[in-house]
Design a protein around this ligand. Structure first.
Ligand code: R5P
Length: 274
């Protein structure tokens, strides 16, 4: 692996833990103005200091993230279908690698839809993106999408989707936590990060999900709704950091969450930069 590629990866995955807390705010690319992400900049600003990477599209990056920010960017470069369609798998690459390089991103991300009508197309999209990423020194994160078919969130299906993505050349794979998750990890030769999925019933449930994933071998999380749809997004992100980087137990992470909730809220960094 060339120096540029290794450098980009080491900016996203903290060398001290080998893990990453990625903040996902790319939902609008097919869901529109998702709840609590309507004003993406306002959602992102207070969370940015606590994210190891920010996952989003170029539109939100250019309009809603200050260029002075040093947080590594994971740029979503696939799209082309919305929640109005039954089949979400009809995606293409929507952003050229040259634009990703211009935006100085640390990785590009694209969905693969194994088992969906456009499986072939999404896997070919991945293979071309890996070729472009290798040429530019930009790692590729494959997102094993389960779309509306949540029942596919089982270890056998996810292991298949993750392995196929790694075989095609993805440098990192994002998937979902599931029963038997360690089997998904064992079968995937590149680092896995887990999404959170729709908002769970409680913050604790999301901490349990992250803890289970890390304990079974994930290299981090790429989580959105369970952070910014929480009533306490910054405390949640700090509690998740304790799990991902410090191997905190769920109990310890809940203590972090409760302790942070009790602290007075920090001023919005964009309003008071000092
Ligand atoms: C889908 O919109 C994206 O792949 C999300 O980045 C991914 O699902 C992670 O976000 P969440 O934790 O909200 O599922």
């Amino acid at each position: 692996m060339d120096w540029g590629m290794r450098n980009r990866l080491s900016r996203m995955f903290r060398p001290s833990s080998g893990n990453s807390v990625m903040l996902a705010v790319d939902h609008g690319y097919f869901m529109g103005p998702t709840r609590r992400l309507e004003d993406a900049g306002a959602t992102i600003r207070p969370l940015l200091p606590y994210a190891d990477a920010l996952a989003l599209t170029r539109g939100v990056l250019r309009t809603s993230v200050p260029p002075e920010a040093s947080t590594p960017i994971v740029l979503r470069v696939s799209g082309g279908a919305t929640v109005l369609q039954e089949d979400l798998s009809n995606e293409a690459v929507t952003t050229a690698i040259a634009d990703a390089a211009r935006l100085n991103v640390s990785a590009v991300a694209l969905s693969v839809f194994v088992g969906a009508p456009h499986e072939h197309q999404s896997l070919v999209n991945l293979s071309k993106l890996v070729d472009d990423g290798e040429a530019a020194g930009i790692p590729v994160l494959a997102i094993t999408a389960v779309g509306k078919e949540l029942e596919k969130r089982d270890a056998r299906y996810l292991a298949l989707a993750c392995r196929v993505s790694a075989e095609i050349g993805a440098h990192v794979v994002k998937t979902y936590y599931c029963d038997g998750f360690s089997k998904v990890v064992e079968g995937c030769p590149v680092p896995l990060v887990v999404a959170g999925g729709p908002k769970l019933d409680s913050d604790r449930a999301a901490l349990e999900l992250a803890h289970g994933a890390i304990a079974e071998g994930a290299h981090g999380i790429d989580m959105g709704r369970n952070i910014w749809q929480s009533d306490h997004p910054v405390p949640m992100l700090k509690a998740l950091r304790a799990i991902v980087h410090e191997k905190a137990t769920v109990r310890e992470a809940v203590d972090v969450l409760e302790g942070e909730k009790a602290r007075p809220a920090a001023p919005d960094p964009a309003v008071s930069p000092a």
